[in-house]
Ligand binder design. Structure first.
Ligand code: AMP
Ligand code: ZN
Length: 455
């Protein structure tokens, strides 16, 4: 499984988080269903221009200018920010995380193959992929060839040497608008840097082979990035299909517009944490919508998700407390509910339905230990940290009880001192006896006061 990763030029936001949580849910589902999963994710740190169609500036260099840092500092900083978000959201780490700048040689090799097979052509400004040579290019993912050509023509202004508007860059040369491009490497076609799309073909093939099972990305990749990946991969290997299943996640919206940096409508995970939300509230929120649908982010929606999640954890905590001997919590999963749960995730990853089955299990009249073990089993897919939250909750409750007990003891000791001062010996003795019998605490009076001894 290969998932298109982030371009690390700025802080990651919860729109990205939705995509990476959905990837994680798919991966966890496959593992739950018994598949072995090798998961590769790239980090784009060169060549992704401000437009996916090779227009504008390199996003990384723009990020470096914006924050007045070197490109390498920017890459390091925002990769860490992104990985930190993944871990807060309980997203399983991919088996391999690979950076474009660490795989320049592999990309050059692929470009050379495409040139050798005449699917690519060299020009003074760049090496291009010739989209006319790959007949299926204009129909991939059910696209309309005429519309695709018109869209490309409208967007593309540069590229004087391009044969067709849809042709895309495999290698940018450090000339013209990129004369001062900072990140640059030697290549058979001159000094420059790779185009964005080639990294995904080169790295996925390196780690997963020339053909593999699953490739994911946002729906924005349907029109340009993924068709380009297919074209350059299948032409380089002469094998089809490059990928068996493509999964495209829909967007997180705000007031019905895509959440994105350029629209200035982004929230970061830290913003939500500062407002008192747990990352698991966001995860629960996202679980309630299919990956195929848009989700309009609102704080009302997040608040509802938080309430449902906390109610679930509280119900399970109460069940846990009811179990007399925790050692005997059975590691059994209720078959009836497991079957329903499995059917839900097998039905095009229907997580909203999977969540409803969690509630059905919790509301059933089955023994608490069975309910708990079943829900904890489902959480292998949902990744909502249910077991950990129950344990944390129980520890919190114990701590609260301890505090109450301590306060009650302190009050009793104060009352006894007061009784003694008032020479109310009867009351003082009553308190002394109660402390002894109920709390196993003995009071030893001294000349300056008293001390207590645990019996
Ligand atoms: P960006 O770095 O903004 O180009 O985003 C990287 C990828 O994250 C995009 O290609 C999308 O697949 C995904 N993405 C960005 N914004 C959103 C959003 N609002 N909702 C869901 N996915 C998004
Ligand atoms: Zn990609």
């Amino acid at each position: 499984m290969y998932t298109c990763g982030p371009t690390v030029y700025d802080y990651t936001h919860i729109g990205h988080a939705r995509k990476y949580i959905l990837d994680d849910l798919i991966k966890r589902s496959l593992l739950y269903l018994g598949y072995k999963v090798k998961h590769v994710m790239n980090i784009t740190d060169v060549g992704h221009l401000t437009s996916d169609q090779d227009e504008g500036y390199d996003k990384i260099e723009a990020g470096a200018n914006k924050y007045n840092k070197s490109v390498w500092e920017i890459i390091k900083f925002f990769t860490e920010d992104f990985l930190n978000n993944l871990s807060l959201l309980n997203i399983l780490k991919p088996n391999i995380i690979c950076k474009a700048t660490d795989h320049i040689k592999e990309q050059i090799r692929q470009i050379q193959k495409l040139l050798n097979k005449k699917y690519a052509y060299d020009t003074p400004e760049a090496v291009y992929f010739d989209t006319k040579k790959f007949k299926r290019y204009f129909k991939l993912f059910g696209q309309n060839p005429t519309e695709k050509l018109i869209a490309a023509r409208e967007e593309v202004n540069t590229g004087n040497f391009k044969k067709n508007p849809t042709d895309f860059v495999l290698w940018f040369k450090a000339v013209g608008r990129f004369e001062n491009h900072i990140m640059r490497w030697e290549s058979p076609w001159g000094v420059g840097f790779p185009g964005w799309h080639i990294e995904c073909s080169a790295m996925s093939m390196k780690y997963l082979g020339e053909q593999f099972d699953i490739h994911t990305g946002g729906i924005d990749h349907i029109s340009v990035h993924h068709p380009n990946e297919i074209a350059q991969s299948e032409c380089a290997t002469c094998k089809t299909p490059f990928v068996k299943y493509w999964i495209h996640h829909n967007f997180l919206l705000v007031e019905n517009e895509k959440m994105s940096k350029s629209k200035g409508n982004v929230y970061r995970l830290v913003d939500l944490i500062e407002k008192g939300y747990d990352p698991m509230h966001l995860r629960y929120y996202f679980l309630q919508t299919s990956y195929r649908n848009t989700l309009n982010f609102t704080f009302t929606g997040l608040e509802q998700a938080k309430n449902s999640y906390e109610r679930l954890i509280n119900l399970l905590t109460n069940m846990y407390i009811q179990i007399k001997n925790k050692k005997y919590i059975r590691n059994i999963v209720l078959k009836k509910y497991k079957t329903k749960f499995t059917e839900a995730i097998e039905e095009d990853f229907n997580f909203p339905k999977a969540i409803s089955i969690v509630w059905e299990t919790v509301k059933s009249d089955l023994a608490p230990d069975l309910v708990i073990s079943t829900v904890i089993n489902f959480d292998k897919v949902l990744g909502l940290k249910i077991k950990q939250k129950i344990i944390d909750n129980v520890a919190k409750i114990k701590q609260a009880h301890k505090l109450i007990k301590k306060e009650r003891l302190e009050n009793l000791l104060k009352d006894r001192m007061l009784a003694k001062q008032e020479k109310n010996w009867k009351k003082a003795d009553e308190i002394r006896n109660m402390l002894k019998n109920r709390y196993n605490i003995e009071i030893i009076d001294t000349e300056s006061g008293y001390y207590v001894k645990l019996k």
